[in-house]
Design a protein. Sequence first.
Length: 134
Amino acid sequence: KTSIGSLRAFYFIPETKSFFTGGVQYESENATADEFDFNAYILKAGYRTPLPLGIDGNRLDFDITYEDRAYKSISPQIGEVRGDEKWTLGLSLKVPVTDVLFVEAGYVYRDYKSNFPGANFTENNVTLEFGFEL
């Protein structure tokens, strides 16, 4: 069973199409196995703005997320209570090609720190997406 509570706020910059966003979230997981039960606190912040590319509908997005996850029971694999700390940074640019087609390029950096070896890693993801919106 998962319980989640969150609060999000936006600040729209006057006379622009840009805005900041921020939020907090609390998550409580009650899994079948006790070692997977946890409480997590998540903080998020972001910024979205169009760029002066001469193309309407383009947008640049930047976001950052921090998560602190505390498990409630001893994990048999490591012999202690597990704790995770996660940072995620994202940057993307979306540009319309036609009225319905777009291309979006993005980069996401994730830094996961944990005393559980399988959840302790860093990754970099680069994406290129082609899509349509009706």
